[in-house]
Design a protein around this ligand. Structure first.
Ligand SMILES: [Zn+2]
Ligand SMILES: [Zn+2]
Length: 294
């Protein structure tokens, strides 16, 4: 991997502070997400996961289609650690008075009274069981989108650790010529150009990062340079939007050649929402839902 994510809490903090100075309109959002990502990072020390063993046959059968190592539903999670993180996240949301405060309070009450079965909730989320999510939310008096946000962010440390373990089956130095994450099959949420101009893509579901072709649309796998362009603002040379004029999709890109600050990709994704709006105004689609990229 060319640009590993800085994983320490101190680095998340430095990245958040610098982004808040650069883009003050995101300051409140940054305070909140710094707290969320810090809680996730702390939770990792608390997680116990059995490694996923992939047989040589499974690996060999990925074939020329370039299948992902596993499906999202195959990820292992630590339900007890995730439930503890869920409680912490509810407290954070209530303290930061975000829009989903009322739902967080409802989840918090349901956890305290034992009326929320978190194991079912987490499994349902991994299986994209929208019905279960909606029924659970209705039963405890929360919004289903808020419940999905909370459940996903509670699972995230397990997902990330699981992806790190699975990535040991991959040749991470090789360029992956498919548009999906080689670990979980999700669409990338960001592109990164490293200091040498090598391009990688970042999965906002499992946070795996992989080498990708420089001229390449991750949506339609187009490699025709005449149809692939990018735009950027003179004020923000470290950010650009790569667009494909064949499928009209875009992906935001962090250009580390133009940047001298610590990078924590989950924060970069959040503090570049203005680019999603510009891309949409120009008629491109493809923004990734930050909370449920799946
Ligand atoms: Zn992934
Ligand atoms: Zn395309």
């Amino acid at each position: 991997m060319s640009t590993p994510l800085p994983l320490t809490i101190d680095q998340i903090h430095k990245s958040a502070r610098q982004l808040a100075q650069l883009r003050p309109s995101y300051a409140v959002m940054l305070d909140f997400y710094e707290a969320v990502f810090t809680a996730q990072e702390k939770s990792k020390g608390d997680i116990d996961l059995e490694p996923i063993q992939l047989s040589p046959e499974t690996l060999a059968n990925r074939g020329p289609e370039g299948l992902a190592l596993v499906a999202v539903a195959d990820f292992r999670i630590d339900p007890a650690a995730s439930e503890r993180l869920l409680k912490t996240l509810c407290e954070l949301i209530i303290a930061h008075a975000t829009q989903i405060k009322a739902s967080a309070a409802a989840v918090s009450d349901a956890l305290a009274s034992g009326s929320l079965q978190t194991q079912d909730l987490f499994t349902g989320l991994l299986h994209s069981n929208d019905r279960l999510l909606q029924d659970t939310a209705a039963a405890i008096g929360a919004e289903s989108t808020a419940l999905a946000f909370l459940a996903y962010h509670s699972l995230q440390p397990s997902l990330e650790l699981c992806a790190v373990q699975l990535a040991t089956y991959l040749d991470t130095a090789a360029v992956w010529r498919k548009g999906h994450c080689p670990v979980c099959g999700s669409r990338p949420g960001l592109a990164v150009l490293d200091a040498e101009g090598r391009r990688s893509l970042y999965c906002s579901f499992c946070r795996h990062q992989w080498r990708a072709p420089r001229i390449f649309c991750a949506n339609c796998e187009n490699t025709r340079a005449s149809e692939l362009h990018y735009f950027f603002s003179e004020d923000e040379k470290d950010l650009r939007v790569d667009v494909c004029n064949r499928c009209r999709h875009y992906i935001k890109s962090i250009d580390q050649r133009a940047l001298a600050r610590p990078v924590y990709l989950p924060l970069e994704q959040i503090t570049s929402l203005h680019l999603d709006m510009i891309a949409a105004d120009k008629g491109y689609s493809g923004g990734v839902d930050l909370n449920l990229e799946n």
